[in-house]
Design a protein around this ligand. Structure first.
Ligand code: NAG
Ligand code: NAG
Length: 207
């Protein structure tokens, strides 16, 4: 009885407190975390041909809690100096990605980052134009801060996981090398299978 009253109270409160546009049914979201770096060819291929098509074209994003961690195999020393696998240019691009992620929600961030990963130069302006996204805040972030500072939190996230190489993909907050390899080559079908297993629900356009 008491639980019931509490739930009613809570629902009443949520009903009052939540603006109308937020009152859509909450979907179950499967956490996906991608550890990657800007210039690694397999990362570029994975993001542009697997992750982005699945999230955007097949509309998995609303069913995912997607996190991008642009640090990859970089190393951070005791003084906080970051050294990237593909050199300074990579640290620089990773920092641009990090600034995008800090200032835009994940749907816009993924669009910009996937677009940037179609090339090795900094394509931010071109990509921002293509999707008509204002990136002044991103530029301000990059221009007012040091790369080491921008990348620090991603270094800390990365240090919690021991992966074998990038791209490395954790599903439901667990990194498993075999599953990560499967996801790298066939992202959507393994995502679908994991989603179904966890939530007992088959998403649209899943086999
Ligand atoms: C960190 O990097 C800066 C700039 O490259 C350099 O001057 C400094 O000596 C480095 N610090 C350490 C502890 O490596
Ligand atoms: C990876 O895929 C192979 C081939 O489909 C399968 O046999 C294996 O069980 C998969 N491993 C994981 C952890 O999903």
């Amino acid at each position: 009885m008491r639980t019931f009253a509490f739930v009613c109270l809570l629902l009443g409160f949520v009903g009052v407190a939540t603006p109308r546009r937020h009152r859509v049914a909450q979907t179950d979201r499967l956490p996906v975390t991608l550890y990657y770096e800007a210039l690694c060819p397999y990362c570029m291929e994975f993001v542009t041909t697997q992750l982005s098509p699945s999230m955007v074209r097949l509309d998995r994003l609303p069913y995912t809690d997607l996190k991008l961690i642009p640090f990859g195999n970089a190393q951070s020393d005791a003084a906080g100096n970051v050294t990237c696998q593909h050199g300074l240019q990579e640290c620089e691009l990773n920092a641009w990605h990090a600034c995008i992620l800090e200032h835009h929600e994940i749907a816009e961030s993924l669009k910009l980052i996937a677009c940037m990963m179609r090339g090795k130069k900094n394509r931010l302006d071109k990509c921002a134009d293509r999707y008509r996204i204002d990136v002044a805040d991103v530029k301000n972030c990059r221009q007012t801060r040091q790369v080491n500072d921008i990348l620090q939190k991603y270094g800390e996230e990365t240090a919690k996981v021991s992966f074998l190489g990038v791209p490395a993909i954790a599903l439901d907050n667990i990194y498993d090398a075999d599953l990560s390899a499967n996801l790298t080559d066939h992202f959507d079908s393994f995502f679908c299978a994991a989603y179904k297993e966890k939530f007992q629900k088959k998403l649209d356009k899943c086999e």
